[in-house]
Each structure stands twice: as structure tokens, then as C-alpha cells.
Design a protein around this ligand. Structure first.
Ligand SMILES: *Cc1c(COP(=O)(O)O)cnc(C)c1O
Length: 397
């Protein structure tokens, strides 16, 4: 599917269940109990449940028409077999990890992985007898020697959401596939519009839908899209843990998807104007954004992705870091100092990556911007305030 076709699907997909009442959008169906017409109907729905056939379910935990409108559209955009939604992006990451491991197994996780995903691997997986090794996000052939006979999952995140390294997904997925290892990609930065990991050999694509999919900083959600081979294990894990989101949340995520295309084009246009301004400031050493021709991951981005979102990193020159960066961050008025990203409002925070390419070298001089939907000239004026404050710290010294 091309991006144009995907744009059309954003509007027309996920509508099947609306047909009943002729409204454009699906109803919000709330429900736990489903009433069956007969014992035969109970048996039939149970059989369908066990054999994973689409159609009316026998209990609310397995999703309503509202949920399936969202799940079907996600599967279509990602080129996947089935999708599901869980209460946060982190739940999507942790449940996906758990779906493919058991005691005695090992997982390989990129050093650029989202911090709390990384912490789950370090703090929680060992409790269940699962070991974890981290690898450099830009690793190529070196990764081959890190696979062990008991490795079950290869975890990717491309680009990393703090340090923005692009990963060579087709190559890494092929290494994993040759060993029967399940490959999972955290695809939050590129969204289902600009990257389809499954088409590059990945088995499962996860999103913090909290970010661009929902897009308005008003809810938390994670989504999981599987290929046909991995869905049975994923489904078993989700259903045994009893995980689903409310129909209201599913509806809000579906509504977010409707405007994803236009929002992303604006987020990127604003990001590019801000980057141009930032690169002209003498305190800025470099900008981390794969869509920039000077970015080390640019050629991979150009090959694999069809667009860019509005989240990027800025590395200051060594003399401008530390308390001077704090002064910059404290001085802005329009940019919010807050976690998360992908909402309508611009955010600017200092970031301290634990480990990744260049992470220690960046220490104290890396900040991250999520370009929102405000007027870009107002945002540049606000950055000017930040840089004036940073410069004022120099004259004080
Ligand atoms: C935010 C984020 C998550 C977690 O999402 P939450 O909904 O905040 O739990 C996972 N991966 C990435 C890349 C993220 O940025």
C-alpha cells in the first residue's frame, strides 16, 4: 500500500461495524455479558473463540465492534494479520516480550530501547528465568555472535526515541529469522503510516499509541500487530492475562487515526523549520533526525520509511551543556517541559539516555523536541528565548 492509499484507508478503514446504523463511525459498544440465543449458539461462539475465527464473541473481554474497527484498521495499515490494544505503550512492549519466552530463554534487546522497556528486561525478566542481553542499535554482523541457542526474541526500536539511531531492519530480521527467533519492532516514531516493519521481515510491530496515534496527550494506549505465525502465542498471552482497553479508548484511538496523515505532515514541516533554525545557532553541535541528509541513519531511513514524524534530538557543543542547558529548558514559555510526545502541543526536555550510541558522549548536552501544531514562528521566538537564557549564563561565568 502506498502512503496515498494509506491516507484513504485512514478515512475509510475500520468502518465495517458502522454498517448497522448508517453512521460514518462505529458505535461505542460497552459490554461484558453477551446473550446467546441457545446452547447451540453458546457452543458455536465458543468453538469460534477457540479456533480464532472472526465474528461475534462470547464475552466482552474478547472485544466489541468498536474494538474490532480499530484493530482491523491497524492490521490493514501495518500489513499484519491481527492487532490488539492494551492500556499503555509499555504494556504492549512487556506483554509482547512475555508472549514469546519461558524460563531458560534469552532475549536480545537494542540499547536504544525505550527506558522502561529496558528496565522491565533488567528487573522483571530474570524473575521468570529469562536472561537479556543488550546490543548496539547500529550493530550489523557483530550481532550474529550474540544470538544463543536459547535466544527467542530480537527487540528493535527504530529510530531510538532518545538517540535516534536507525536500525537496518531487513538485515537484523533476516539474522533472527534464520535462527527461528521472533523479531519485534517498537514502531512508535514512524507510526503505521510511514513504516511497515512486517514488510521488512519483522513478526510483531508495537506502538505507544499514546503518542501520534491518539495524538492529543489525553490518553494512554499500546497497540500490537502480529503476523499470522506469531498471533497464536500473542493471543494466548493477552487472553490469559485478560488485557484489553475500554471501548471509549478504542474509539478515541480510531478517531486519532483519522487525522494521523495531516497531523504528521504538519509535525514534520514544523520540525524541519525548527531544525533549520537550530542548526544556525553556534551552540548546536548536531541534530539527531533521520530525515536530515547529514544524519548517519539517513540512507536507511530513505530506503525503509516513507516519511518522518516531528520528534528529534539536539546535541549542544560541550561548552553549552550542563547547567547552561537547564537554563535554556527553563526559559521557554510555549514549549512544555513534559514527558511523552506526539501530541498537539510542543514539548522540550533535556534527555539522559542510559546507554546507546554516543549516549555517554552526549551527557548533559542532549535535549529533545516534540514539534507540535502551534505556529512555527511563535515556536522559533520561544527557542530564541531559550538560547538567550543559555547565552546569558555564559556572560555570568
Ligand atoms: C512512550 C513510549 C512507550 C511507552 O508508551 P506509554 O503509553 O507511555 O506506556 C514505548 N515506546 C516508545 C518508543 C515510547 O516513546
Amino acid at each position: 500500500m502506498t502512503d496515498g492509499k494509506r491516507d484513504t484507508r485512514l478515512t475509510h478503514g475500520g468502518r465495517a461495524s458502522a454498517a448497522d446504523h448508517d453512521f460514518v463511525n462505529p458505535p461505542i459498544v460497552r459490554g461484558s455479558t453477551v446473550l446467546h440465543s441457545s446452547v447451540a449458539d453458546m457452543r458455536e461462539r465458543s468453538r469460534r473463540y477457540r479456533s480464532d475465527e472472526p465474528g461475534p464473541v462470547n464475552y466482552g473481554l474478547y472485544g466489541t465492534a468498536t474494538h474490532y474497527a480499530l484493530f482491523d484498521l491497524l492490521s490493514e495499515l501495518e500489513g499484519g494479520y491481527r492487532s490488539w490494544a492494551v492500556p499503555s505503550g509499555l504494556t504492549a512492549c512487556t506483554m509482547t516480550m512475555l508472549a514469546f519466552v519461558r524460563a531458560g530463554d534469552h532475549v536480545l534487546v537494542t540499547d536504544s530501547a525505550y527506558g522502561p522497556t529496558r528496565r522491565f528486561c533488567i528487573d522483571m525478566l530474570p524473575r521468570y528465568g529469562v536472561q537479556c542481553s543488550f546490543y548496539a542499535p547500529t550493530a550489523g554482523e557483530e550481532l550474529e555472535s550474540m544470538f544463543r541457542p536459547d535466544t527467542k526474541v530480537l527487540w528493535l526500536e527504530t529510530p531510538g526515541s532518545l538517540t535516534f539511531e536507525m536500525q537496518d531492519v531487513p538485515r537484523l530480521a533476516a539474522l533472527a529469522h534464520a535462527r527461528g527467533v521472533v523479531t519485534v519492532a517498537d514502531n512508535t516514531w514512524a507510526t503505521p503510516l510511514y513504516f511497515q516493519p512486517l514488510a521488512c521481515g519483522v513478526d510483531v510491530s508495537v506502538h505507544a499509541a499514546t503518542k501520534y496515534i491518539c495524538g492529543h496527550s489525553d490518553m494512554l494506549m499500546g497497540t500490537i500487530t502480529c503476523n499470522e505465525a506469531t498471533w497464536p502465542s500473542m493471543r494466548e498471552t493477552l487472553f490469559n492475562f485478560g488485557l484489553i482497553v475500554s471501548p471509549e479508548d478504542a474509539y478515541v484511538a480510531l478517531r486519532g487515526l483519522r487525522t494521523l496523515g495531516v497531523r504528521l505532515r504538519q509535525h514534520r514541516a514544523t520540525a524541519e523549520r525548527l531544525i533549520e533554525w537550530l542548526l544556525a545557532q553556534h551552540e548546536v553541535e548536531r541534530v539527531l533526525y533521520p530525515a536530515l541528509p547529514s544524519d548517519p541513519g539517513h540512507s536507511i531511513w530513505q530506503r525503509d520509511m516513507s516519511g518522518a514524524s516531528g520528534l528529534f534530538g539536539i546535541v549542544l557543543k560541550p561548552a553549552a551543556g550542563g547547567a547552561r542547558l537547564d537554563a535554556l529548558v527553563d526559559a521557554v514559555r510555549l514549549f512544555g517541559r513534559g514527558y511523552s510526545w506526539g501530541g498537539h502541543e510542543s514539548l522540550l526536555i533535556p534527555v539522559f539516555p542510559e546507554r546507546s550510541v554516543g549516549a555517554s558522549a552526549y551527557h548533559g548536552r542532549l535535549f529533545r523536541i516534540s514539534a507540535g501544531l502551534e505556529d512555527v514562528d511563535d515556536l522559533i521566538a520561544d527557542l530564541q528565548l531559550g538560547f538567550s537564557a543559555l547565552r546569558a549564563t555564559e556572560t555570568q561565568r
